[in-house]
Ligand binder design. Sequence first.
Ligand code: ZN
Length: 273
Amino acid sequence: MKALRSVILFFSLIGIAVSSSCDKNGDFLIFSVQNDIDLGEKIAEQIANDPSFDILSREQYPISYAYIESMVEDILSSEDITFKDEFTWRINIINDPSDGPVLNAFATPGGQLYVHTGLIYFLDKEDDLAGVLGHEIAHSDQRHGSKQLQRQYGISLLLSIISGGDGSTLEQIAGQVAGTGAILAFSRDAEAEADDYSVRYLASTDYACNGAAAFFEKLLRNEEQFQPEFLSTHPSPENRVEDINARATELNCDTSIDENSALRYVNFRNSLP
Ligand SMILES: [Zn+2]
């Protein structure tokens, strides 16, 4: 059931999201770029101080971090990143207990990125992880999270959190972002946009540009382990695979897999606890 819960979390919280329909409805972002960064740092502090998250230390796992940081750098080299120089772009690896892998990755406003070891172990090659990270980077860079949080909490409450007030709401937001609290309503539009940007980002790297499809393909291959209801909830993995591959075709970007991709990825996984 742990795995099942993980999948629910993944679908709900692969990123905190807002619909572009929100924009169509006339909402706009009052939050500044610096507010995104500051709020992301507050959420990161909250997560770091939460004993339920075992964040791997950079000092103890320098090889693991060198690998994944270089992957993030590769993705950030894309010209489609708006806030490359402004946002924090710090990747953290959350070490899951062996009996409770979590198939999740998430991003805060301002570019604090998180990936669970459960997800790292679930994937098979570096293109797959790059695809997921591209998706998360897009949620930060497209400011999906801050739009969602602004709509949900209002600007004044968020600003009071940034200035150090209202710890309980910060705790709630951090839990929400990290997938331990209330499940956020997320939109098909925001997820589709993040998938789309993942392809665009990876198009300028050596990774297969449709890397983000691999997670969903593997979920579908392992469908018997998961309740079909969750695979059929929106947005459906089938559609996401199709859309990601269609985007790759449209961009005419390279989807070939380097012959050593899986080997390098296994080495990375072996560097983890
Ligand atoms: Zn997402």
